[in-house]
Design a protein around this ligand. Sequence first.
Ligand code: 3IX
Length: 147
Amino acid sequence: MCDTAIQDLYAEEFANCFGCGRNNQHGLQLKSHWQGDECICRHTPKSHYTGGVPGFLYGGMIASLIDCHGAATAAAAKSRESGEPISRFVTASLNVDFVKPTPIGIELEIRGKATEIKNRKVTVALQLFAGETLCATGKMILVQLKN
Ligand SMILES: CCCCC/C=C\C/C=C\C/C=C\C/C=C\CCCC(=O)SCCNC(=O)CCNC(=O)[C@H](O)C(C)(C)COP(=O)(O)OP(=O)(O)OC[C@H]1O[C@@H](n2cnc3c(N)ncnc32)[C@H](O)[C@@H]1OP(=O)(O)O
């Protein structure tokens, strides 16, 4: 696994996101790492992010985890393809399927893979696991910010 998180390579002005900005002291500060041919993020949500049924995670938080990790996956995949430094991608489209209730209290693992890279547009497929259980999947389209 690459030691440096993708989010730690974002330019300073793009490092303030609630989900993954290293400079956002009130945010989740998610970290994503390239491993093999995919990108991995691990996070244990706090219990107050419940969706109303104690012990289970709010769907909006699930979408947020997928969203921010998808952006990191797109940035890493594009950088690996082009040989250029990590750049910043924003979400143009986010589709989440909630497959099983997601438990709170154990570490979640989100796995992302780029399925298509076309100029500034990257399509990413994601899976969110709680242990061995696939709880949610995501499909995203991300667009690289213009310089
Ligand atoms: C991430 C930090 C950002 C900090 C802000 C700093 C500077 C501001 C600079 C730019 C503003 C950018 C982002 C907005 C600000 C904050 C977002 C915070 C981060 C998030 O919270 S993130 C979740 C919310 N996110 C958004 O707030 C995005 C709103 N949106 C847009 O800002 C534009 O919509 C954008 C940039 C996505 C694209 O605009 P664009 O002009 O750069 O590019 P363009 O439209 O040419 O698309 C290029 C190729 O993507 C295809 N494409 C586009 N949209 C598609 C879709 N929906 N489905 C399928 N394909 C799509 C086209 O078809 C074309 O493909 P092709 O080349 O093959 O034709």
